[in-house]
Design a protein around this ligand. Sequence first.
Ligand code: C2E
Ligand code: MG
Ligand code: MG
Length: 687
Amino acid sequence: MKAFRTKTSIRKKLINVLLLTSCGALLLSSLGFAVNDWLSLRSAMFDHMHGQSSIIANNSIAAMAFNDAESAKETLNTLQNDADIVGAALYLNNKTLFAHYERDSNRIPDKLPDLNTGSLNGDQFVVEIILHDNEPLGYIMLISDYSNLKKRQFNHLLIAFGVFSLALLFSLLLSRRLQRIISEPILKLAETARTVSENQDYELRAKKLSTDEIGALVDDFNNMLSQIQLRDHKLLKARNELENKVRVRTQELTELTRQLEHQAYHDTLTGLSNRVTFDDHLQLAIKQARRHKQKLAVLFLDLDRFKIINDTLGHGIGDKLLIRVAKRLSACLRESDTLARLGGDEFAVLLPQIHQASEAAEVAKKITTVIAETIMVEGYSLHVTTSLGISLFPDDGEESEVIVKNADTAMYRSKDQGRNQFTFFSAEMNARAERRLMLETKLRKALKENHLSVNYQPRRNTETLEIISVEALARWNDPEEGAITPGEFIPLAEECGLIAKIDEWVLETACQDMLSGKNGLTAQISLAVNLSPAQFIRKDLHEVIASILQRTGFPGSRLELEITESLFSTDSNDVCATLEQLRALGIELSIDDFGTAYSSLSRLKQLPLNTLKIDQSFMRDLGKDPDDEALVRTIITMAHNLNLKVVAEGVETELQYQFVKQHGCDIVQGYLFGKPVSFTQIQQLLS
Ligand code: C2E
Ligand code: MG
Ligand code: MG
């Protein structure tokens, strides 16, 4: 039964149910029919027996009245043709048998039963009184054995069974059709549900074939599908969003990891390798060079006066300048070379395979040339140069630290020698490098503790030789080292950013000195003060100078600022503007050390200059080298054509003096007319 409930298809179930129901109904009705048939047959049989007994009773009256048993028996024998009656008997009033008839076996009792009707040995009997003139004459009993009745009943049942079978067949056919009305919509619904679940296609809808409960079920099912579809849609959207987020996050993480890795080995500002990578590459290159008995070179470079640009124009511009420099450097190198930024404005280059030192020199030359070209940053045309140091493996060191240190030392030598050049390391440099470091520390201390002083060198009118001005020159007297020359400490100060402080201090001190001169001795003469070209990067230079003039009360018209020619060799509009601002303060401007750099005439013409100082190197060979004499002559003529006064520096001999005097030089300055001396001594000289 359970298997039927769970395993049988709904189709079969429906057919079975319908069949069972109709079968049950048919059986019940057949049973009812059979019982009813039996009862009605039986009652008909009794009626028949009563009817026959009345007829026989009437026909036997005479025989009984005359006690003629033979005649009575004949009368009874007429019942032979009646299939229902198997026996009949006539009894006298005393209930004894008078005459009888039997079809087959012995059924007739000798004595009449007391009942009118009943069963006797399985047969049915009826008893009636025989009346004659209302007087009882005797009794008649008829017996039936049901056999005829059963035969008929059997026939009836046979017919009923045929009808039953036909009805069952009919109901089988009908139920097969009828079940479809119910099962078809359910099966269709089930099929749709299966397709949906197999294909995960929630857009499908079940077909509604009826409006009954199954129709409602289809509606509910379709509603459910709609909801699933909606939820599915939302889920899909959410999943897509999630996947998107995960993808973006993963990308971000990958990028971050890449950046972090990159940062660990690269310089964040320029994207070049950093010190870690450089050291790695160097160590690897040393191993390979050792194995193959090859040379390698390390170039150390740093931008000249970068610190000033950074301090005065700001880090933003400084950073951009470094990026441009990095690009230019990269362009000079091969892919196999390593270029690294070690920090600040320091860069290092590793040339892993060279055959001779000259190859490193070639690269260094290329680098100095490309860096010296003007770099535009946010409207500023910046002019930077670079100083390089080169050290070689295995000549200058076997270990990476030593090679790097020696390249650094050689770089400082380049700076000492006037910058914008490269130098190969040599053993004696180590001592100088140490001194340089020591001096830098001392210079900072000297500025704080006032170990600096100012000396003055007179400048005379070439014709009259009277003192018309003095040049203020910085002096440094270290308690341990003694006097350290400006030639040594001024480039150092420019390099480490101390030059502005020194220049300002010298200017202020000199102005104060000049105003404090006794008896108005210094009241008539002018003051010349050196101004480092490195200062011209400052936007507030004229303001600084104006404030010193204001503080000290020294008139701008008596001040002359000397700027070395290197400043004018580049055509920067900013320089011109600053010079104009200084001129506006009444200050005169002169080119110092003229002839050492390469300033163009047309450039000099544009600048608001007053004086040109011929570099002392030209004086030395006057009277010896005709070329130098021609040069000095030309410079003087040219300067006069540009309306510039000419000062001859470093005049040491009478011969030199006569030469410059002869060619129209306006002012002379040199040991011949007085060495740089203290302010007290200059006053004595003036008096
Ligand atoms: P400079 O401005 O060209 O100064 C002239 C230099 O020549 C001075 O050297 C002076 O002592 C020297 N001199 C003068 N006459 C003669 C001579 O007849 N023969 C020889 N051989 N030398 C002579 P000093 O004082 O050693 O200064 C060297 C340079 O240092 C200066 O050259 C100047 O460029 C720089 N300097 C000095 N003081 C300052 C300063 O306060 N600020 C700046 N920015 N630079 C300064
Ligand atoms: Mg000077
Ligand atoms: Mg000079």
